[in-house]
Write a protein that binds this ligand. Structure first.
Ligand code: GDP
Length: 472
């Protein structure tokens, strides 16, 4: 969006140019210097970078091959709603807590790691769904090594299954298929394999290249085998990292906890992080006061592919932000301050309005109390049903307000209202007019279109849950 306004062209033109160059981008995505240069060139512009940009980058030296050691794979589970992503993540987490470590309270920290039957480690991102995956990628984070795509054996290859596969493929992340719910009497894995072959995903026992495992998140059947297949895939990737340097990695999630201050889950991707280290994450920084694993157990250090919950940052960075351990407090503070300055300038320039993805962050920094929503739909009944359900999502922390609801397509006046009152627009079985779409783009108003009420409610609920404090 910023690049488009600098060149005075429409955001859609920039996005479609990116696509034609093989880059899958979103409107708020930060682009690297090389991409900016290439895209600008397509529009006949030459790019000059100011030194300001260099000052906020932390230089990461390349590792020499002899310093590299094998690291555990980092895995994301994706698939259609209700096909069992959460159940699978829960089963794996609960059944693989290594003996002798139990006793601590397991808590949701957005990531966890397990040790398999064959004594190998796998780290899981515990934020199921490709929305989270894509949001992280949009911020430039490359965290996931392997994606498990879950398909329910009693259902079918669904739109979100295809989307998840597509997102993984665009990101160049290898896929392992898990056909779930095979305990059910009406399970029909062969039908799923056939449907997968129809979208060019030919599984191994059908002569294809994709590993596939029948599992049940209910009985646990096939889960060890699934993990072994993930490890096999990981071996092919030859994942390596240098553990012997200051830690670098990505932010998984961050929240504000009344008792403990800012609580941040980080995935260490290389190097080793220790208590007392100075961490720079996005435009936040601080000394690691304490580190915990997902079992709530204190940690002294964390190496590559290890998720940690850290206390000590001065704010909540965004999911997907890169973090670096810095040598001095002063250096971290300087870069954090500069980044914040740039962010502030950018946000003044772009007048950023609320989006569902932004909610979690705004609440974490304590600046979000009300979510304003405009609902447009095709018939009165569904608008009422949707509005009622959205209102019921209100919590003690956040009030949902339906500031306007009406039958009809999304108009320019709806967008202006949203802009004036910082609202998101939800369209049910209706679309925006051309003028409304252009205006929304300029004003950066989020318009979400749905054809299933349940999906709309779920998205808002998920966004709001991102802003709820973790229950520990
Ligand atoms: P998600 O939306 O993909 O995260 O799906 P959930 O994990 O919430 O599962 C949806 C529903 O399917 C829940 O009611 C689960 O109890 C059920 N479920 C998930 N996995 C299995 C399974 O392997 N067998 C059976 N019988 N039910 C399952």
């Amino acid at each position: 969006s910023d690049l488009a306004s600098l060149m005075d062209v429409s955001v859609n033109d920039v996005i479609s140019t990116c696509m034609s160059l093989g880059m899958f981008v979103s409107i708020n995505q930060r682009l690297d210097a090389e991409s900016i240069t290439v895209i600008a060139d397509e529009f006949g512009f030459e790019v000059e970078f100011t030194s300001e940009d260099d000052e906020v980058e932390v230089e990461e030296v390349e590792d020499s091959p002899e310093d590299l050691a094998d690291r555990a794979p980092i895995v994301t589970i994706m698939g259609h709603v209700d096909h069992g992503k959460t159940s699978l993540l829960d089963f794996i987490r609960d059944s693989k807590v290594t003996e002798g470590e139990a006793g601590g309270i397991t808590q949701h920290i957005g990531a966890y790691d397990v040790v398999t039957e064959t004594n190998k480690r796998i780290a899981f991102l515990d934020t199921p769904g490709h929305e989270a995956f894509t949001a992280m990628r949009a911020r430039g984070a490359k965290i996931t090594d392997i994606a498990i795509i879950v398909v329910a054996a009693d259902d079918a290859v669904m739109p979100q299954t295809k989307e998840a596969i597509n997102h993984a493929q665009v990101a160049g992340v290898p896929i392992v298929i898990a056909i779930n719910k095979v305990d059910k009497p009406n399970a029909n894995p062969d039908k799923i394999k056939e449907e997968l072959s129809g979208i060019n995903i030919l599984v191994e026992d059908w002569g294809g290249k994709y590993q596939c495992q029948h599992v049940s998140a209910k009985t646990g059947e096939g889960i060890d085998e699934l993990l072994e297949k993930v490890l096999l895939e990981a071996e092919l990737l030859e994942l390596k990292a240098n553990a012997d340097k200051p830690a670098v990695g990505s932010v998984i999630e961050a929240t504000l906890d009344k008792g403990r201050g800012y609580v941040t889950t980080l995935m260490v991707q290389a190097g080793t992080m220790r208590v007392g280290d100075v961490v720079l994450a996005g435009s936040n920084f601080g000394k690691v006061k304490a580190m915990f694993d997902h079992r709530g157990k204190k940690m002294k250090e964390a190496g590559p592919s290890t998720p940690v919950l850290m206390l000590g940052l001065d704010g909540a960075p965004q999911a997907g932000d890169r973090f670096n351990v810095m040598e001095t407090d002063r250096e971290a503070r300087e870069i954090a301050t500069k980044r914040e300055q740039i962010q502030r300038e950018q946000s003044i320039r772009t007048k950023k309005h609320i989006t569902l993805d932004e909610i979690g962050r705004r609440l974490a920094i304590g600046s979000f109390k009300e979510l304003n929503v405009i609902v447009k739909g095709d018939v009165d009944g569904s608008i009422e049903a949707l509005s009622d359900s959205l209102l019921k999502l209100s919590t003690e922390e956040v009030q949902v307000n339906i500031i306007h609801k009406a039958v009809g397509q999304i108009s320019e006046s709806d967008v202006l209202l949203a802009s004036a009152s910082d609202a998101v627009i939800i369209g049910f079985q209706v679309r925006p007019s051309g003028g409304a779409r252009r205006l929304a783009e300029n004003e950066e108003i989020e318009i979400r279109l749905y054809s299933i009420i349940y999906d709309a409610i779920n998205d808002v609920k998920d966004a709001m849950e991102g802003m709820l404090e973790p229950t520990t």
